[in-house]
Design a protein around this ligand. Structure first.
Ligand code: COA
Ligand code: AMP
Length: 629
């Protein structure tokens, strides 16, 4: 069957299609039906089945006689080390960790925050929670204490599992003081913390609260897998919205397992036993789905890579990892390739390695620019597949399903919708537009298995953010168009979310931090185009009358404040002081117009602008910052 047939089948008989896919998963009690729609527009999948995610990702492969197969390869150019963990070793580690967590009171439904760098123990921590039916929430290491505190208060974890430190090129990230600071700030206090001491930095343990990762496992009974319902929340992953309060995306266990497992063969064209490498971070959705759960559930070997595309030690690192570990499929963000291409434009370092094992390269996380795709196609000689998805969906919305049929690649498009996604381009009134016309991208409900059923403790926000604008649809927040062959083109966000080096960030959250500076009266943050990172945040600050400080000092303090409050990952380094912000007569800041000026694009003078002269002031301020580039 080709792509069109598979897509049509999923559309015509979703229940049959996904029940069939569900057979590839181990159930304790198989579901009797796929979709539950009595609470529409909220939907659930595999509600009446019971299963365990850790069993599917780990134990079942050992039971099937593949215990010696390598589950995880840790490759860390930062610490100059490599090591492998087999499926049976992984099962033992995870059962022991889960046993220790259980002995300290962690049970099904309890939340556990995980704050760890790219070490295999991060996956073990996730899997140990899954084993118990505890709900993990991984927080990316590049976030500061304040962001961690917000998540602690929102999901109220019984336990936090953290490493003593993370390692960035040239600097140790001191996780433990960040963790201590976050717990101090948060109103909710976890019962205990488990600290994985790395040899690069041994952290002080707080008497009575912190336990050592190894020591607390001593002598405990390993835990078996606890069956949970198909609609049991497997994890919560916070993502940026329009405000400083992140959205807690929930993933239900049954649909998650089924969809990810389906995607490994049909989208990524993998077979069990082969090596899959997602060069992302466990703190992002790509890491959850394609470093941890999908490759393991499907019985592949996954790589946990602690390094960067460049500088660890050079732009040949990716090719070295592919060669050393026989990688069949690489998944990364376009920004990583742009970084490599910038250092090694001719791709000379590729020739130093034998990467004939590589059969495909998948890109996601941000728009893949044609130059980067063409460079990669040319230098690697494998299909370069752009695919589009979001934290909310957990897996691909549109892509080129190499395992079903290799569709023609159209550069600039992430290709076609995956089965179960009915993607429509809508006008403001919610009516589908003609092919080639730009509109809001929406997905007809229900979304397929594996996607978010709602937000953690925030159903009203879920409805408001995603369902209310276009009744009957999920609003993606992206704008774009479809061509006459049904290929999608993702052009821009329709909200205040920006994408910096493949990291999703909220300009609204940065504005909240800037506004808290005592000398800032008003501010705006926009995303300006950046050759390497795709976008970079840029702040415009209006100061209070009578401020004693110089503009330079306030800018420097604001840059520091965003780093302290949100974290280094915000990459907030550009800001300028202006007298006024351009606004509509009703007071809405004209951010889109500011972006066009900064990017050197033509723009129409907004008809509703209050005072057009302010745009000249903004143009001048941008010129001083060197924009447009
Ligand atoms: N822990 C702590 N700090 C982190 C971090 C982590 N896990 N990840 C990033 N940071 C810090 C960086 O050290 C940097 O700090 P600095 O301002 O002191 O230099 C800052 O956050 C910004 O990081 P980043 O935007 O990633 O820029 P970079 O200059 O370090 O690296 C790239 C640039 C392109 C090489 C890098 O962004 C990259 O590899 N991107 C791929 C993105 C990706 O995989 N995204 C996942 C979606 S698929
Ligand atoms: P995240 O939730 O961090 O995965 O970010 C999701 C957002 O990143 C999407 O809503 C898009 O704006 C953008 N994005 C992800 N993948 C792509 C892609 N292949 N092409 C264009 N934009 C993308």
């Amino acid at each position: 069957m080709g792509y069109s047939d598979v897509y049509a089948e999923a559309n015509a008989d979703p229940d049959g299609f996904w029940m069939n896919a569900a057979e590839a998963i181990d159930w304790v009690t198989p579901p009797t039906k796929a979709l539950t729609d009595d609470n529409a527009p909220l939907y659930e999948w595999f509600t009446d089945g019971t299963l365990n995610a850790c069993w599917n990702a780990v134990d079942r492969h050992v039971e099937a006689g593949h215990g010696e197969r390598i589950a995880i390869i840790h490759d860390s150019p930062i610490t100059h080390s490599k090591h492998e963990i087999s499926y049976s070793e992984l099962r033992d580690h995870v059962a022991s960790l889960a046993g220790a967590l259980r002995a300290k009171g962690v049970e099904k439904g309890d939340r556990v925050i995980i704050y760890m760098p790219m070490v295999p123990e991060a996956l073990e921590a996730m899997l140990a929670c899954s084993r118990l039916g505890a709900i993990h929430s991984v927080v990316f290491g590049g976030f500061a204490a304040n962001e961690l505190a917000v998540r602690i208060d929102d999901c109220q974890p019984k336990c936090i599992i953290a490493a003593s430190c993370g390692l960035e090129p040239g600097r140790v990230v001191h996780y433990k003081p960040l963790l201590d600071g976050a717990i101090e700030q948060a109103s909710h206090k976890p019962d205990f913390c488990v600290i994985f001491q790395r040899e690069q930095e041994v952290a002080h343990l707080e008497e009575g609260r912190d336990v050592d990762w190894h020591a607390f496992q001593y002598g405990v009974e390993p835990a078996d897998c606890v069956p949970v319902a198909g609609n049991h929340p497997h994890y919560i992953l916070y993502t940026s919205g329009t405000t400083g309060q992140p959205k807690g995306v929930i993933r239900h266990t049954g649909g998650h397992m089924v969809a990810l497992n389906w995607s490994m063969r049909n989208l990524y064209d993998m077979n069990p036993g082969e090596v899959f490498w997602a060069a992302s971070d466990v703190g992002w959705v790509v890491g959850h789905s394609y470093i941890c759960y999908a490759p393991l559930t499907f019985g592949c070997t996954t790589i946990v890579f602690e390094g960067k595309p460049v500088g660890t030690p050079d732009a040949g690192t990716f090719w070295r990892v592919i060669q050393d570990h026989n990688v069949k499929c690489l998944f990364t963000a376009p920004t990583a390739l742009r970084a490599v291409k910038r250092e090694d434009p001719q791709g000379a370092l590729i020739g130093d390695y034998d990467i004939s094992c590589l059969e495909s390269l998948f890109l996601a996380g941000e728009r893949a620019d044609p130059d980067t795709i063409i460079w990669a196609q040319d230098k690697l000689g494998v299909p370069v597949v752009d695919h589009w998805w979001q934290t909310e969906t957990g897996w691909c919305i549109a892509g080129n399903p190499l395992g079903i049929e290799r569709l023609p690649i159209k550069i600039g498009s992430p290709s076609v919708p995956m089965p179960g996604y009915d993607v429509q381009i809508l006008d403001e009134g919610g009516h589908p537009v003609a092919d080639g016309e730009l509109g809001a991208i929406a997905i007809k409900l229900p979304l397929p298995p594996g996607t978010l059923p709602t937000l953690w403790n925030a159903e009203a926000r879920f409805r408001k953010s995603y369902l209310d604008h276009f009744p009957g649809y999920y609003e993606t927040g992206d704008a774009g168009y479809k061509d006459e062959d049904g290929y999608l083109y993702i052009m821009a966000r329709t909200d205040d979310v920006i994408n910096v080096a493949g990291h999703r960030l909220s300009t609204g959250a940065m504005e909240e931090v800037l506004a808290s500076h005592p000398d800032v009266a008003e501010c705006a943050v926009i995303g300006v185009a950046d050759q390497l990172k795709g976008q970079m945040p840029m702040g415009f600050l209006c100061l209070n009358a009578g401020t004693q400080k110089s503009a330079e000092d306030v800018v420097a303090e604001c840059v520091k404040l965003v780093r302290e409050k949100i974290g280094p990952v915000a990459a907030f380094k550009l800001a300028t002081v202006v007298q006024r912000l351009p606004k509509t007569r009703s007071g809405k800041i004209l951010r889109g117009t500011m972006v066009n000026i900064a990017d050197g694009k033509d723009y129409k003078m907004p008809a509703t602008i209050d005072d057009p002269a302010i745009l000249d002031e903004i143009t001048e301020a941008l010129k001083e910052l060197g924009y447009p580039k």
